[in-house]
Design a protein around this ligand. Structure first.
Ligand code: UDP
Length: 431
């Protein structure tokens, strides 16, 4: 059987003070007819990256809502993850030719996962491309099968998408973060649009006293008396870590006491990360105002929380971004964000929250503008926090899943979530 990941018990009631009583009541109403349903989430890693961040909360809250929910991971090896990272990069637009060996590595690994798959579930949610072929290889398994795509497919490489498409078309439904990600040739009856979410009361996002946040950041070499720019991201070409360093250097010419922290975690399904980490260290050189720290230095959820709160401006200078949880995480703390105008980022900022940028020069100008204007930082941060509260908390994500499950079970297509702006199924009115 696929390895089970333990997730903490959570109480929906604890979310009412932040998400609102009504949001919690709606979840309970939707969950009532689904009580006892067996739900399985499958992804590639239990640590590192956005999916591993979302699933503990989603599973814990689904269980408290009465659904019997499990999270399991696939047992990939390095050769497999090298192929799936290449697939991921191809789907985000990198040129890539898939040779026979890569196709075979992917297929054979998925055959192993399919053989290991056991159990009876009412709803099986398979996350991202790594285990996507599971459904095609186990057409006999019961229940409604959903493929949940977390990546930015706006410029997907046609060959890579063509390879994945038959696997995706074996599902009953697919979830995308945005309608723009759906490839025009995809033939699937049910397409849902559900943005990801952050857990407002997890150790990463819960309230933390400013002086404690500052003293935690101080332990990692940050001077709380001077301005701090931050990017929290895996080492990945799409997160543009070198671009962030260039922005910092340009800002420093105008604001000499500015500091930069790059906080990164190493995901077990991301073999590319180590190479990029070394490149970034080399590119950063010796600079006492530039800190590069990882989970291996002891940066866990609370430390990320502290770094975000200790920052004047959070950067997310992505070149592609399925969603970018780090954007909502910073906004939730009232910290303005300067972020790439790509993928799921504009949806999070809305017309508040910070500045969308498309170049190093634009990012530099936006950081300078914000560093020089505390009142602007405060008002953008406050607007961003409210937008996150309305649209990007775990309760809205859970409600959308429950609505999709109900739609699949009853055939009532009006319940299929349609995204945050258009959908009547969102927490609160659309902004
Ligand atoms: N993250 C972390 N420590 C790090 C780097 C990242 O905990 O050193 C978390 C980050 O806070 C966020 C997630 O990993 O919750 C990354 O999700 P995102 O959607 O931003 O990007 P992905 O890695 O999925 O592309």
């Amino acid at each position: 059987m696929l390895e089970l990941v333990n997730t903490p018990p959570l109480l929906l009631a604890d979310y009412a003070p932040v998400a609102g009583e009504e949001a919690v009541a709606e979840i309970r109403r939707l969950a009532q007819p689904l009580r006892g349903a067996r739900v399985l989430h499958v992804n590639a890693t239990k640590f590192g990256g956005g999916v591993a961040e979302i699933l503990p909360t989603l599973c814990g809250l689904m269980r408290d809502a009465g659904l019997d929910t499990e999270w399991r991971i696939i047992p990939g090896d390095e050769a497999f993850y090298n192929v799936t990272k290449a697939l991921h990069n191809g789907l985000q637009g990198q040129p890539l030719s898939l040779d026979d060996r890569m196709r075979e590595t992917y297929r054979r690994a998925n055959e192993g996962f399919a053989q290991a798959f056991e159990g009876d579930y009412d709803f099986v949610v398979i996350h991202d491309p790594q285990p996507a072929a599971l459904r095609m290889l186990r057409p006999d398994a019961g229940g409604h099968w959903i493929w949940r795509c977390h990546i930015d497919l706006t410029a997907a490489n046609a060959e890579v998408w063509g390879f994945l498409r038959p696997a995706v078309e074996a599902y009953d439904a697919a979830i995308f973060t945005l309608p723009e990600y759906v490839q025009p040739d995809l033939q699937l009856d049910t397409l849902a649009y559900i943005p990801p979410s952050i857990d407002p009361i997890s150790p990463k996002n819960a309230a933390l006293d400013q002086s404690l946040a500052d003293s935690i950041a101080y332990r990692f070499g940050v001077d709380p008396a001077r301005p701090l720019l931050l990017q929290v991201s895996r080492f990945d070409p799409w997160k543009d870590p070198k671009g962030v360093i260039e922005v910092y250097r340009a800002v420093k010419r105008e604001v000499p006491d500015v500091q930069l922290a790059l906080v990164a975690s190493m995901a077990t399904d991301d073999p590319e990360g180590w190479q990029i980490y070394k490149d970034v260290l080399r590119f950063a050189g010796q600079d006492p105002d530039l800190s590069i720290v990882t989970n291996l230095d002891g940066v866990g959820a609370v430390e990320v929380n502290a770094f975000q709160r200790a920052s004047e401006v959070v950067l997310q200078k992505s070149l592609r971004e399925g969603f970018g949880l780090t954007v909502s995480e910073a906004l939730w703390k009232g910290v303005p964000v300067v972020a790439g105008n790509v993928g799921g980022i504009p949806m999070q900022l809305g017309d508040t929250g910070g500045r969308l940028v498309s170049s190093i020069d634009e990012a530099t100008a936006a950081c300078l503008e914000l560093l020089r204007d505390p009142e602007l930082r405060r008002s953008l941060g406050e607007g961003g926090r409210e937008r996150v509260r309305r649209h990007f908390l775990s309760t809205r994500n859970l409600r959308d899943y429950l609505a999709l499950f109900t739609a699949l079970r009853t055939g009532d297509r009006s319940l299929v979530p349609a995204g945050i702006e258009a959908s009547g199924t969102t927490a609160g009115a659309a902004a």
